[in-house]
Design a protein around this ligand. Structure first.
Ligand code: ADP
Ligand code: ADP
Ligand code: ZN
Length: 214
């Protein structure tokens, strides 16, 4: 099963993608996580990506596409994958289609997690990420057992550099301009599925399972 998560920054794509990956036993591929790992490890790609990420801009398509397509060649992708944060532009979606068509495959579902901009600003302010394992929490909606420490690995929690309010505003306008057109793109392909992302995380997930099947 090949799934794409669509939605504004902070809509809950990552939260849902992790649950989908666990239930359907497919890898969760997050381009944001891949870039953040590169930044942490001090790679050249990380340095290039950081320039854009810190401003709330998208990393250029040419730095993203090959990276994702190469990832599909790993053995864990045989049964499919859930893509979180990719594609984010029409050219990325076209490159994905081209690569899949070449091997006789296609995306099965594009799930759009719908959350209005006002809720987004509120959510991003409370998002916390673990420096150790990348797990995501929210100070109100998904708190850790011990304040400031990851439930999974005990690592420290931080506010992502790009979750500052000024940057979130930029990311939202970049989303509306460059990523939202993908909703029409996948609607035209007949594989879009919309879910209400404003309800409790578990209820969002139940709606997704209703679409993907048990
Ligand atoms: P969020 O989950 O909050 O939307 P991500 O972790 O997906 O954020 O992405 C963080 C940043 O990484 C983006 O603002 C962008 O700069 C960069 N990025 C991630 N995926 C892509 C992509 N497919 N194309 C371009 N830039 C990307
Ligand atoms: P995205 O990957 O789309 O940027 P995340 O999954 O990281 O979004 O979620 C953004 C923030 O909102 C996180 O702090 C997360 O814990 C929280 N969150 C996710 N889904 C919900 C929900 N349904 N209700 C309330 N908060 C949520
Ligand atoms: Zn952790």
């Amino acid at each position: 099963m090949k799934i794409i998560m669509l939605g504004a920054p902070g809509a809950g794509k990552g939260t849902q993608a992790k649950m989908i990956a666990a239930k359907y036993d497919i890898p969760h591929i997050s381009t944001g996580d891949i870039f953040r790992a590169n930044i942490k490890n001090g790679t050249e790609l990380g340095a290039k990506a950081k320039e854009y990420m810190d401003k709330g801009l998208l990393v250029p398509d040419e730095l993203v596409v090959d990276l994702v397509i190469d990832r599909f060649k790993e053995p864990d992708c045989e049964k499919g994958y859930v893509l979180d944060g990719f594609p984010r532009t029409i050219p990325q979606a076209e490159a994905l289609d081209k690569a899949l068509t070449a091997i006789g495959e296609s995306v099965d579902y594009a799930i759009n997690v719908e959350v209005p901009d006002d809720n987004i600003i509120n959510r991003m302010g409370g998002r916390r990420a673990c420096v150790g394992c990348g797990a995501t929490y929210h100070i109100v909606y998904s708190p850790t057992k011990v304040e400031g420490k990851c439930d999974t690995c005990g690592g420290d929690l931080i506010i992502r550099d790009d979750d500052k309010p000024e940057t979130v505003k930029n990311r939202l306008s970049v989303y509306h301009e460059q990523t939202q057109p993908l909703i029409d793109y996948y609607t035209n392909k007949g594989i879009i599925a919309e879910v209400d992302g404003t309800v409790d995380m578990k209820d969002v997930f139940n709606a997704i399972v209703g679409i993907l099947g048990e």
